[in-house]
Write a protein that binds this ligand. Structure first.
Ligand code: EPU
Length: 427
């Protein structure tokens, strides 16, 4: 088993370069299936969720050529069977994007029900609502969602909740459908816009991405293109909070500051100094921190994927802060872990009440999911003494080279391998 060991108490100082966006990459890579020619995708983050998507494409018959660490050429023309292998898809949520892409291309798909971080129930009813509206039937057989359609025809789809995944699947299954699809109450996240830009670069006609109405006029075929993935908003936000929490001074490079506005604004309310440049953001922790209330919401609201990280910072601020989760039913499972380090947080349903300021001291903790794991890393950087974080596979699903990037900023973090025999002895 691998763990991170962090000796806390060092200010983060220096510059860090942000990788391509995970949640854009995991949509854009399956979207290449829709194309009749190879596509080159640049700025792909080197993380395990992306490797899982690439493995699935490869297993289905796509030809993957590695151009460099962050660039792949994907030739989907070898995919003949629209079926995703069971064990590969169960690992992650984004495997659901194979439903929209395969259905759009082949008019049928067999994709296992998706996995991903555990935030309570993660339904796919809105995805199915959209596939059905376009003319597909669906059934679940032994854990596999089987979709099929004689033909796909454009339709008017109104989502009951704002959902990133179903908005992406709606775009994927409608770009090659006959006629126009109107997607209402669509999600507006930056990766939705990035996917639309990629589809349009292949010859699709997607208009309105980034607003709550997306119109897709179906085309008959898509051609190859080169696409550069946008920077990861959540990775950038995580380094912003880490810099603030350690009272550091960090220039976060290769970002789109507009995508970070809701995070910037909350950090400023807490007392963090944030300076925006064209494609960089500087975060300096040089003033006292005060309480603030945060509610997570779909974009352009404060992102749910930054909720555990901001909780750590609120623990360090003077006063009582309320942190409300507005997207997921159960995203506070990490709170018990944070308490081990000294946090005083009580949770009532979707609201966490955070008392500060608290001083953290190192302890063994677990990464209960991806962003919770990032929060443990930030807390460990601040804590006195040693923090050991288990289950770091969750963190590696979404953060490229996190130890190296933090080490470059002056953090004392390293990955250690604990032999299985020692784990057995401890049980
Ligand atoms: N929902 C439904 N029915 C559906 C789909 C969603 O009721 O058919 C509900 C969900 O239960 C949830 C809300 O709608 O309450 C939003 O879910 P959404 O579909 O937007 O989430 P997702 O597509 O499964 C993506 C990200 C998550 C991120 C959410 C919200 C990917 C691969 N995952 O998930 O990212 O939390 O959007 O922004 O893009 C992460 O990166 O750590 C992560 C978990």
């Amino acid at each position: 088993m691998e763990k991170y060991m962090i000796h806390g108490g060092h200010r983060l100082v220096g510059e860090v370069e942000i990788s391509g966006a995970k949640n854009a990459a995991v949509a854009i890579l399956p979207a290449t299936i829709l194309c009749d020619e190879p596509c080159v995708i640049e700025n792909i983050p080197n993380i395990s969720d992306v490797s899982s998507i690439v493995d699935i494409l490869n297993e289905m018959g796509a030809k993957i050529t590695v151009i460099n660490k962050h660039t792949l050429q994907i030739d989907p023309t070898g995919i003949k069977t629209p079926e995703v292998p069971y064990q590969m898809a169960r690992r992650m949520r984004a495997s659901s994007y194979f439903m929209g892409a395969l259905l759009g291309k082949f008019h049928e798909s067999k994709v296992p029900l998706p996995g991903g971080c555990d935030f309570g129930v993660r339904p796919i009813d809105q995805h199915l609502k959209c596939f059905t509206a376009l003319g597909a039937t669906h059934e679940v057989e032994s854990g596999v969602v089987v979709l099929s359609a004689e033909k796909l025809e454009g339709a008017h789809v109104y989502f009951d909740v704002v959902t990133v995944g179903a908005t992406i699947n709606a775009m994927l299954c409608s770009v090659l459908a006959e006629g126009q699809t109107i997607i209402e109450n669509a999600a507006k996240e930056p990766h939705i816009v990035d996917l639309a830009n990629f589809l349009n670069a292949m010859g699709a006609e997607v208009r309105g991405a980034g607003t709550d109405v997306i119109k897709v006029r179906g085309v008959t075929k898509l051609h190859g293109t080169v696409h550069n993935i946008i920077p990861d908003q959540i990775e950038a936000g995580t380094y912003m909070v880490a810099a603030a929490a350690t009272r550091g001074d960090v220039l976060i490079r290769g970002v789109i500051p507009k995508h970070l506005e809701s995070i910037t604004s909350k950090l400023q309310s807490i007392g963090v100094t944030v300076t925006e440049f064209d494609d960089a953001i500087r975060v300096t922790g040089d003033k006292p921190y005060v309480k603030t209330n945060v509610k997570t919401m779909p974009h352009p609201g404060f992102p749910t994927d930054m909720q555990p990280q901001i909780a750590v910072l609120l623990c360090l601020a003077e006063g009582t802060s309320l942190l409300t989760e507005g997207v997921w039913d159960n995203r506070f499972r990490y709170v018990n872990e944070l308490r081990r380090l000294g946090a005083e947080i009580s949770v009532d349903g979707r609201v966490a009440i955070i008392e500060g300021p608290k001083k953290f001291s190192g302890a063994p903790v677990k990464a209960t999911d991806l962003r919770a794991g990032a929060a443990m890393v930030i807390a460990g950087l601040v804590a006195d003494g040693v923090t050991e974080i288990e289950d770091i596979r969750h963190i590696e699903r979404g953060y490229e080279d996190i130890e190296e990037k933090l080490q470059m900023l002056g953090a004392d973090i390293k990955k250690i391998v604990v032999p299985d025999s020692e784990i057995a002895k401890a049980l």
